[in-house]
Design a protein around this ligand. Sequence first.
Ligand code: ADP
Ligand code: MG
Length: 372
Amino acid sequence: MAEIQLKSLAHSYSNTPSGPEDYAIRRMNHTWEQGGAYALLGPSGCGKSTLLNIISGLLSPSEGEVLFDGVKVNETDTRDRNIAQVFQFPVVYDSMTVFDNLAFPLRNQKVSEDKVKAKVAEVADILDLQDLLKRKASNLTADEKQKVSMGRGLVRDDVSAILFDEPLTVIDPHLKWKLRRKLKQIHEQFNITMVYVTHDQLEASTFADKIAVMYEGQVVQFGTPRELFEQPAHTFVGYFIGSPGMNLIDVQLTEKGIQFDGMELLLSDDLLQSLASASASGSSTNIKAGIRPEFICLQEQPMDGALPCSVKHIEDLGTHKVLTLELGKQSLKAIVDEDYQATDGQVYACFPEQWLKIYVDEYLVEVQGSEQ
Ligand code: ADP
Ligand code: MG
């Protein structure tokens, strides 16, 4: 078991990279602590598989170091890194039985046959493969094959970490839920470092204690599902997590707050100060205000700080409603309770400052002196 540390890591598939866009992994630092259940979440093409392959040693990074428990493993062979990796599509030996497939990683290590039997039985039990042990792998369904593939990752006692690369892609939706719970149980039972790659936020938050959100070759935030929801560190996290994602509005700074489309929102001194120091260094004009649909409050009557919007559309999702609001030139989403009696016309939207996030060059302005 191991802590996995990535130091100044970068990778380009090109031999002559000319800019950041030529890098599948852009220079980054990250640590996966020993024993954690982690998800690596991000859209297709953001570099998730590249990162896993660098950890397992299938790929050698163009720059930077990979350390296991503080020891550099860049030159260590994949086999000797003791990492189990489960891929999107099952990797099984079709000509072997399920038993022999599961036994393979152990026999490779010259584990005694008694121990092999015991271990295979244990893993087969966890994954509900007991009845299939004598079957040839070639006769299995895609689901069953993937379970065998996962079993091969779980069977060894000596692995430092298990990396799952979108392992449930080929699995039937009903079984997905079951397997995800299984993986979580296995994690609790064996206390092994697990990194689970997915592009599905629900999958990530049901499996992981902590999620690394990846975007354009970098981890832009590493936090609990709650932190990603309440305090998105990057506009991408705001947009990608949540359904619908965070509302993001291009704004300009004023003396007392922010403005857009001729409307002004006043901000507290704390936030203004933090904003001044964050934008002073770069004098950036890329400033956005973000608020999640859950945190917009709507009033029927005008009130201080509330901005007039018109309700354009109401989507009733049974447990709650999603309103589409027009505010100036902006289209915003707001989530309200199921029993909210929406009137079609005008409403007044307030943005509680606790939930109003300001982003400079796409990164969150942390409020100094706040307890959040
Ligand atoms: P993800 O797993 O998040 O979908 P990948 O790590 O597979 O992303 O890919 C990251 C980027 O690297 C993508 O732009 C992809 O096209 C590119 N890429 C992946 N594998 C290769 C390869 N073998 N050769 C060249 N480019 C690659
Ligand atoms: Mg991938």
